[in-house]
Design a protein around this ligand. Sequence first.
Ligand SMILES: NC(=O)c1ccc[n+]([C@@H]2O[C@H](COP(=O)([O-])OP(=O)(O)OC[C@H]3O[C@@H](n4cnc5c(N)ncnc54)[C@H](O)[C@@H]3O)[C@@H](O)[C@H]2O)c1
Length: 254
Amino acid sequence: MSDLQGKVIAITGGAGGIGEATARMAYAQGASVVITDREAAAVEAIAKSLGERAIGLAVDVTQREDNQRMVAAATENFGRLDAVFLNAGIEGEVGPFDSRSDAAWEKVFAVNVHGVRFGVEAALPALRTAGGGSVVITSSVAGVRGAAGLSPYVSSKHAVVGMMRCLAAELGPEGIRVNTLNPGPVDNRMMRSIEEQASPGHGKEVHDAFAAKVPLGRYVTNEECAAMALFLMSDAASGSNGNTYFVDGGYCAQ
Ligand SMILES: NC(=O)c1ccc[n+]([C@@H]2O[C@H](COP(=O)([O-])OP(=O)(O)OC[C@H]3O[C@@H](n4cnc5c(N)ncnc54)[C@H](O)[C@@H]3O)[C@@H](O)[C@H]2O)c1
């Protein structure tokens, strides 16, 4: 029996590459899952393809009330909440630091930082009722390293590492563990967008240059990231609190 058997998990960004893979793998391991993303249709279709222990719900993480609805969906339908995977994120626009508009910065921070904050705030009462639990926040290698042209994104992913460390210190005594998942480049939509923005029409060359910087010689997969998220939400990670967990093919080792 898996450690996720009987657990109730809520996921943001659940229609995206990493989020959907996590929802599917958590379900396969026996968890009940509330799968959320901006558009109802995509997450409802994923939930329907899984079965009765899955619910799809439209949630905009930048809206405090939407995060509260996500938690209510877990407690009302499945009776409790054991873990949240705060994974929704946007890459924003790629370009030089002094060409970024206020709106561009604010949009990235609204989703990647305040969206996580609202998710934690919404989940806390239910996690306390459950007697403890796990919060997993998707940061990035961009949470510990810089990258030219990606200042709003990189700053936002650093911010949630700081938030995670504060939360781990505050909530550890209550048995609520908080950690970040830090993927390297993942073979999915977000990297296609970054590659194409970095050099329009030459995304493949950008991809190959990024991949060459990874000791494994390739991008990681959605499923490899999901596996780490599932571990952190499971009881197998009962001693893991306040840390960054990398799935980066060795990118940060250099
Ligand atoms: N793809 C990568 O290379 C990579 C690397 C490191 C970290 N990450 C992080 O992984 C997480 C998941 O991204 P992904 O790689 O699966 O890309 P993705 O674009 O496929 O998934 C992100 C999902 O977040 C959703 N989202 C965006 N804004 C939202 C909002 N306001 N409310 C609710 N949902 C919203 C999107 O609709 C999308 O489904 C993100 O936080 C991303 O920053 C990705």
